[in-house]
Write a protein that binds this ligand. Structure first.
Ligand SMILES: [Ca+2]
Ligand SMILES: [Ca+2]
Length: 186
């Protein structure tokens, strides 16, 4: 009887492995060893805001997604070689128009702007309303573009979310309260 149960469980687990492999499709997620983050191209016609929302609803290996933030030339080079066909939204936006064309840019994650790579001719605010950025591998970097445009893909980056200091102290207070409660019961 034991043997039958073990065989049954084995069959179920082999079955589920097969199903998950069949659903996964081709694996395109790549990891950059410098920061341990994962990157992928997500297909589908979206404007910048829709791409941002979609990215922030996705997870991979327990890491949260966001539009890719390409803060260094090294990260830019890695992504050019990892995704040679990318013509895709990334997580850069201009928070005001007081320093056109290439000033007052920020990342969706709030991390420092750093030294990202603009493809030639650089952020040029063509047409006067380019306040978001796309990454064009064949151009070698980013281009500013109006966020209302539709792009056929976006570049996602997955990374571990570090709890905010405020959240940590709330956790601490909760633990202290729990300890006090336990003491009183003794
Ligand atoms: Ca602009
Ligand atoms: Ca432009």
């Amino acid at each position: 009887m034991k043997k039958v149960i073990i065989l049954f469980l084995l069959a179920i687990s082999i079955g589920s492995v097969y199903v998950s492999a069949a659903n996964a499709g081709p694996v395109t997620v790549v990891q950059w060893s410098d920061n341990g983050h994962y990157y992928d191209l997500i297909s589908g016609n979206r404007n910048w805001n829709a791409a941002k929302s979609d990215a922030e609803s996705r997870y991979f290996n327990g890491m949260a997604g966001h539009l890719a933030t390409i803060t260094t030339s090294q990260e830019n080079s890695f992504l050019v070689s990892a995704f040679p066909s990318a013509w895709s939204w990334v997580g850069a936006y201009q928070y005001d128009k007081l320093a056109e064309p290439a000033g007052h840019w920020a990342w969706v994650t709030g991390e420092p702007w750093g030294s990202p790579v603009w493809a030639s001719p650089g952020a040029n605010n063509s047409g006067g309303n380019e306040e978001n950025a796309e990454f064009i591998s064949s151009w070698g970097g980013m281009n500013d573009l109006a966020g209302s445009f539709s792009r056929t893909s976006y570049l996602i980056e997955y990374e571990s979310v570090v709890p905010e200091p405020a959240t940590m102290s709330l956790l601490g207070l909760g633990l202290a309260g729990l300890l006090r409660f336990r003491k009183r019961r003794v």
